[in-house]
Each structure stands twice: as C-alpha cells, then as structure tokens.
Design a protein around this ligand. Structure first.
Ligand SMILES: Nc1ncnc2c1ncn2[C@@H]1O[C@H](COP(=O)(O)OP(=O)(O)OP(=O)(O)O)[C@@H](O)[C@H]1O
Length: 282
C-alpha cells in the first residue's frame, strides 16, 4: 500500500514537472511571425554571397556583447572555416547570421539586408547543420519534406547525393527507405547519419549558404569521409560553405579561415597565409 502511494506521488510530481515545463514554453517570448513585407523578390537567392559589416551581438538586450563589430565578406561558392577557442564566438556568429540572437550592424545576404528580410525566407535560404541534428518522430520522408513539396525521386536523389544510403546498417534490417520510421530526436540514427540526412535537406532545399557545425568526436572515419565527399561533389559552384571547424584537416581544404578570439576577428585569410589559424583550431 505504502509503495503504491509512493508511486502515485512520484507520478504526480513527474507530471507536475511536465506541466511546469509546458507553462515555461508557453511563456517564452515568440519571434514575430513572418510577414508579407520583407518577402524577397523572385530573382533573389541566386547566389551565396554574404557581406557582414560592424556586426555586434549579445544573447539578451541587456547582456554583454559576445561579438564586437565584426566585418567580412564571403563570395559566392567560397568555403570558409571558422576557428577559435571555446567561447571565442563561432556559434554566436552563426546564430547572428540567422537572426537568432539580438544584433547591431548589418548582414547582407545576396544583396539584401537580412534585418529587413522575412524570417522564413532567410532561414530557408541559409541552412545550419548542427553538431547533433534533431529529427522529428515520423517517417524519413516526413522529416525531409514536411510540407510535401517535392517528388520522391528528388528526395531519393538528395539522400543518395548526400551519401545517406552509403550508411545502411542501423535501421530496418539494414535498409533505409523513405518510409523508414525515425524515433523522437532521431535516436535510431547515428549522429553521422543525422548530419548526412541534414545535408540531404540542404540539397533538396537548394540552400545557397550552408553552415556546418563539425561534429568531431561522434563521427567515425567512414562517415566523415562520406560527408566531406558529398560537400565537395554536391555543393559546388554557387553554394557557400561555412564550417565551424574543430580539426586542422577540414580547414586545410577551405578557401579562407576566420580566426575568432573573444568576439573579434583576428585573422581572415587563406590557410597558407594563416599560420595563426593552425594554432587557434581546437
Ligand atoms: N545561450 C547563451 N547565453 C548567454 N551567453 C552565451 C550563450 N551561449 C554562448 N554565450 C557566450 O557567448 C560567448 C561566445 O560563445 P560561443 O558559444 O559563440 O563560442 P564558440 O566559439 O562557439 O565556443 P565552442 O567552441 O565552445 O562552441 C561566450 O562568452 C559564451 O559564454
């Protein structure tokens, strides 16, 4: 009897915590919904050019600045590595490019100020692949194309091009199909598979700027070489690639390396000219 009461009390506490969390989410200040104003012209998003001028950022309106007037230019199709010690501002810079944190200064993407752009348009044109991409519960297809905008052939092509089918071992007796089911968060896929899957999304969406937060420890050699090959072969020409890099090997391939330190750019140059970067990569 006592054990039963204890169990019920425990359940009440757990459910109470869930309620509290839900209430917390409801209370979070929402981003302004996307509006008709700020819709880019039809010809927009044809290139991956990015021009940043005097960009400063902080995590809250009254918090300390974590980026200090950084300026740089990334040309269409360039491959750039961001390096720097922990806390130097690499992630903050990527978040600023997508207007995820408060900023001052200007970010021009393909000739338009991102501050005046519709958030939907901005975030469907610049894609971030985080270190551990989250997937939704449901089929692979629903994750890749939640609004049913693409043909199966296009989706299959993107998955193949990203190298997803090259890693067929962990689901459905070794065969991954568009209707294979994904557990919450993507837990039945390896981190590497999730990054490759996210890459397929970039290919489907035809994003012109890709920001890849390199996942180092969780990815084995085979998966890493599949990712690197897909990046090299599939995202050529007009797709600009920013890699938040943690290894020398990745940035040696880049056209330019940006070294950040305490929210400032201390170098922005080719790998050959950027000896400081070699010391700064962590
Ligand atoms: N959510 C946050 N709220 C407040 N400050 C933050 C937050 N995230 C990062 N910061 C601060 O912003 C500064 C830059 O951190 P950032 O995460 O951009 O560095 P990073 O170079 O990406 O580091 P890492 O390599 O560890 O990911 C640090 O001083 C950090 O403490």
């Amino acid at each position: 009897m006592q054990a039963r009461v204890a169990r019920i009390l425990n359940q009440v506490e757990v459910q109470g915590n869930s309620l509290e969390r839900i209430q917390g989410y409801i209370g979070i200040e929402h981003e302004k919904p996307a509006t008709e104003t700020g819709k880019p012209p039809a010809y927009w998003s044809v290139s991956g050019e990015l021009r940043v001028e005097n960009l400063s950022a902080r995590y809250s309106e009254d918090g300390p600045k974590v980026l200090h007037k950084v300026s740089f230019h990334i040309k269409t199709g360039e491959r750039v590595g961001f390096v720097g010690r922990t806390g130097s501002g690499k992630s903050s810079l990527t978040l600023s490019l997508l207007r995820c944190i408060p900023t001052e200064g200007s970010v021009m993407y393909d000739g338009l100020k991102t501050s005046e752009l519709n958030l939907d348009a901005l975030r469907s044109s610049i894609t971030i692949i985080p270190q551990v991409p989250e997937l939704l519960n449901g089929s692979l297809l629903a994750n890749l194309d939640p609004f049913g905008q693409y043909e199966d052939a296009e989706l299959n092509y993107a998955l193949r091009a990203a190298g997803f089918f090259a890693l067929q071992s962990e689901m459905d007796d070794g065969k991954i199909m568009l209707d294979s089911s994904i557990s919450t968060g993507g837990s039945n896929l390896s981190v590497g598979q999730r990054q490759i899957f996210a890459l397929a999304r970039v290919i489907v969406r035809n994003s012109k700027i890709l920001i890849l937060d390199e996942a180092t420890s969780a990815i084995d050699y085979k998966t890493d070489s599949i990712i690197q090959n897909s990046l090299r072969q599939e995202l050529q020409g007009d797709v600009s690639l920013i890699t938040v890099a943690h290894r020398l090997q990745t940035i040696m391939d880049a056209d330019k390396i940006m070294v950040l330190d305490a929210g400032h750019i201390v170098e922005f140059d080719s790998p050959e000219d950027n000896l400081y970067a070699m010391a700064g990569a962590n």
